[in-house]
Design a protein around this ligand. Structure first.
Ligand code: SDX
Length: 442
């Protein structure tokens, strides 16, 4: 299947009947089915038929689109990309293959993979003028603020891939964004620590290239550890796409107006930055630092349960997963491998995180609400062990999620049902009232 032939839902003969008690009116609403997972009640004509809206502020019960990219079963803790289980992809595939899979619909054969990797590799450099953009930021600017700004500015440099009606330009823009995000992320890091920028190298694979641009210095040879490169690649795979999460929905909504892909991805990065979303990995490390020792865990568990305390257990809970986030399980395993490869014996943060997880999962508050560790709970410990500062954690999430964002954006643009996204509201403001001239105001 190619991405151009977007998959679509099945319009079943099944209907649901809506009865409006006040008037006795009944309305038949069609049931739409996908490949697997919950069906959907088609409410597209509800307002025209009834004069009423549906109400779902957090979109807990709303399907915003058809998509064939990613399937999540939150109760079973299942995550699949184009039908392939995340555990299999993390274990047996690599990030370039997952990028190809998300963009094109199938895993690449050897020839397709080689061509795709060559394409991405040859897009990793950024326009030299872009380097001057970084100098406009303060050195202590958060790398996410730099990533948002520079990504949005890409449309000023790559005009020849902003016409979203052109399939070729859509694919070129997608390749450019996937390829250049690691370069921009590494540049943001180098700028923040006052070290010279390091250019991409075409003899390194995607993960190795990013590590080299981030950690190498002109003064000496940078030693790439295979276990670390493999762990980096696996972290990218685990963060690649995740259905219609907040940042992906932001990208889709921005793209629905016809905005260029660079601007849409910049919007996605902004949404990901929030601590309730991609900013949680940085927040987890800050939280573990604040807890400090195992004997303070009960105090923080009590705070997380206290409705009067805004503190939440970062890295815990998920809108969809009401079971273990399968990505957390893979990351937890990678922690042991990478820490051993780096010769980091006893990692106090990992011990503390494991004790916190054990205590929380023995507490009825978390069990009743099905609050399990999510992808952010262990990722930060791994990234810290690999040498990244906490301020770079969400940048790495954005780097990996770029492929998911562009694949979802392409799918939306190529969906013939696609229209500009324009939700309505339940108006609760003042009813009509007369204008009051200044003299009449109290
Ligand atoms: C990501 O959507 C995705 O797919 C996102 C993501 C992706 O790959 O794109 O998976 C990445 O964003 C993972 C989530 C990272 N965020 C965090 O770890 C921040 C901490 N988690 C929470 O803020 C929260 O769990 C959310 C935001 C993740 C989910 O929030 P929901 O679905 O709106 O759930 P809720 O706030 O309605 O919580 C239900 C109940 C509430 O208690 P009651 O009102 O029922 O008494 O659970 C409680 C909440 O107070 N609760 C928590 C909690 N998370 C939920 N209580 C303490 N600590 C927590 N972490």
């Amino acid at each position: 299947m190619t991405a151009e032939r977007a998959a679509s839902h099945v319009e079943t003969e099944e209907t649901v009947t809506l009865t409006i008690d006040k008037t006795g009116e009944t309305h038949q609403l069609r049931v739409l089915s996908g490949t697997t997972g919950p069906s959907a009640i088609d409410v597209r004509d509800l307002y025209a038929q009834t004069g009423m809206f549906t109400y779902d502020p957090g979109f807990t019960s709303t399907a915003s689109c058809d998509s064939s990219l990613t399937y999540i079963d939150g109760d079973a803790g299942i995550l699949r990309h184009r039908g392939y289980a995340i555990e299999d992809l993390a274990e047996h595939s690599d990030f370039m293959e997952v990028c190809y899979l998300l963009l094109n619909g199938d895993l690449p054969n050897a020839k397709q993979k080689a061509k795709f990797e060559h394409t991405i590799t040859n897009h990793t450099m950024v326009h030299e003028q872009l380097m001057y953009l970084f100098r406009g930021f303060r050195r202590d600017a958060h790398p996410m603020s730099i990533l948002v700004g520079v990504t949005g500015a890409l449309s000023a440099f790559y005009h020849d891939s902003t016409d979203i009606s052109d399939a070729h330009q859509r694919m070129v823009a997608s390749h450019r964004l996937i390829a250049k995000m690691p370069t921009i992320a590494a540049l943001a890091y180098k700028y923040s620590i006052g070290q010279p920028f390091v250019y991409p190298r075409n003899d390194l694979n995607f993960a190795e290239n990013f590590l080299h641009m981030t950690f190498s210095v002109p003064a000496e040879e940078y030693r790439l550890l295979p276990e670390v490169s493999r762990a980096m690649d696996r972290i990218f795979i685990l963060h690649a796409d995740h259905e219609q999460n907040a940042s992906t929905s932001t990208v889709r909504l921005a793209g629905s107006s016809g905005a260029n892909p660079f601007a849409c991805i910049a919007a996605g990065i902004s949404s990901l930055w929030g601590p309730a979303h991609g900013g949680a990995n940085e927040a987890v490390l800050n939280m573990l630092g604040e807890i400090g020792s195992k004997d303070r865990i009960p105090e923080f568990i009590a705070r997380a349960k206290d409705k009067d305390d805004p503190f939440r257990l970062m890295g815990f809970g998920h809108r969809v997963y009401k079971n273990y986030d399968p990505r957390a399980t893979v990351l937890r395993k990678s922690c042991d491998e990478v820490l051993a490869a780096l010769g980091v014996g006893d990692e106090p943060l990992l011990d503390l995180a494991m004790e916190l997880e054990k205590t929380a999962l023995a507490d009825p508050y978390f069990v009743e609400r099905k609050l399990f560790p999510n992808v952010d709970f262990y990722s930060g410990i791994l990234l810290k062990a690999m040498g990244f500062p906490t301020s770079m954690f969400t940048v790495l999430f954005a780097l990996a999620r770029t492929v998911g964002w562009v694949a979802q954006w392409k799918e939306m643009v190529e969906d013939p049902k696609q229209r500009i996204g324009r939700p309505r509201q339940l108006y609760v403001g003042p009813d009509e009232r007369k204008f009051v001239p200044m003299a009449g105001r109290r």
